[in-house]
Design a protein around this ligand. Structure first.
Ligand code: NAD
Length: 296
């Protein structure tokens, strides 16, 4: 298939590379020209403009940092929506608010184009390994059409519902992730404060009712697990600033539906303070440091 791919950053770069490995003909465009060189080395064609990238594309994928960037790419002054072939499928994988996802998809529909939201879970590691989870929102037929393309970049493809539902399901997940990461860090610190070994305590909780993904797969206490950010000075992984962005989206969604999100609100406040204390670019499991006794 001829694929136009927008945004070859931390996530988009390896995702585009996996499409190429699967035999697709990929044309990339990014606002940062240097990033295009990396994609070209993987076998992509570099476009000199967004409009050039979509010429002849059967599938358009975007992996952009924000709702403004998504709106700008498709609907801005030089927006490409009208230049995309009517038979092409548009897949936006960026994490953005559900309202924008619905809005852009509905304008696309008015203009005869099919668009779905397909944000991902799995981080940069999952993008490189091709094991991402895609959480789609859009018509069933469009998600079915997207599936073979998404399966070149991921291991699981879910349909959460209509347009915007993918974004909602993704931020529900990330709000819960923030909450259980904070709870895990809090429990580990209290145990250690009472002289427990964090590795032994982790094994006990993993075999008990406190078991959860943060404890089991992404332990925040340095040295308890190998090959996780906590054992690499909290480098790599999922940055605190991105968690803050997702928690902001979660609270915005909660407000619009009058849902009670007390734990999400607290998680957002803790991660905002943590980011402001110099951890913005560190992995989100560094919230462990928030609980440490610094002056004992
Ligand atoms: P990134 O900043 O590394 O990459 C985004 C790229 O988009 C940048 O290179 C930027 O120049 C480019 N861009 C912006 N506007 C553009 C436009 N109009 N046309 C073409 N390119 C444009 O960000 P990332 O870490 O790759 O994240 C991308 C998206 O994936 C975000 O929405 C993020 O929330 C989501 N996400 C990230 C992770 C992660 O661990 N990094 C995990 C899951 C989801």
């Amino acid at each position: 298939m001829k694929v136009a791919f927008f945004g070859v950053g931390h996530m988009g770069g390896p995702m585009a590379a996996n499409l190429i490995k699967a035999g697709h003909q990929v044309t990339v465009f990014d606002l940062v020209p240097e990033l295009l060189n990396g994609a070209v080395k993987e076998g992509a064609q570099a476009a000199s403009s967004a409009a050039q990238a979509v010429q002849g594309a059967e599938v358009v994928v975007s992996m952009l940092p924000s709702a403004g960037a998504v709106r700008g790419l498709y609907l801005g002054d030089d927006g490409v929506l009208q230049q995309i072939d009517e038979s092409a499928l548009i897949i936006d994988c960026s994490t953005i608010d559900a309202d924008t996802a619905r809005d852009v998809a509905s304008i696309a529909k008015e203009q005869g184009r099919v668009m779905i939201d397909a944000p991902v879970s799995g981080g940069v590691g999952g993008a490189k390994a091709g094991t991402l989870t895609f959480i789609c929102g859009g018509p069933q037929a469009a998600v079915d059409r997207a599936r073979p393309v998404l399966e070149c970049m991921g291991a699981q493809v879910f349909r959460a519902g209509d347009n915007g539902a993918g974004q909602l399901a993704k931020i529900c997940n990330n709000m819960l992730l923030a909450i259980h990461m904070i709870g895990t860090a809090e429990a580990l610190q209290m145990g250690v404060d009472h002289g427990l070994d964090p590795a032994v305590l982790s094994d006990i909780m993993k075999a008990s009712s406190g078991d959860n993904w943060s404890l089991d797969k992404y332990n925040p206490w340095p040295g308890v697990m190998e090959n996780v950010p906590s054992s690499k000075n909290y480098e790599g992984g999922f940055a605190v600033k991105l968690m803050n962005k997702d928690l902001g989206l979660a609270l915005q969604a909660g407000l619009s539906s009058q849902s009670a999100t007390p734990m999400g609100n607290l998680a957002k406040s803790l991660y905002a303070a943590h980011g402001n204390h110099g951890y913005s670019d560190k992995d989100f499991s560094s919230i462990q440091a928030f609980f440490q006794h610094k002056n004992d």
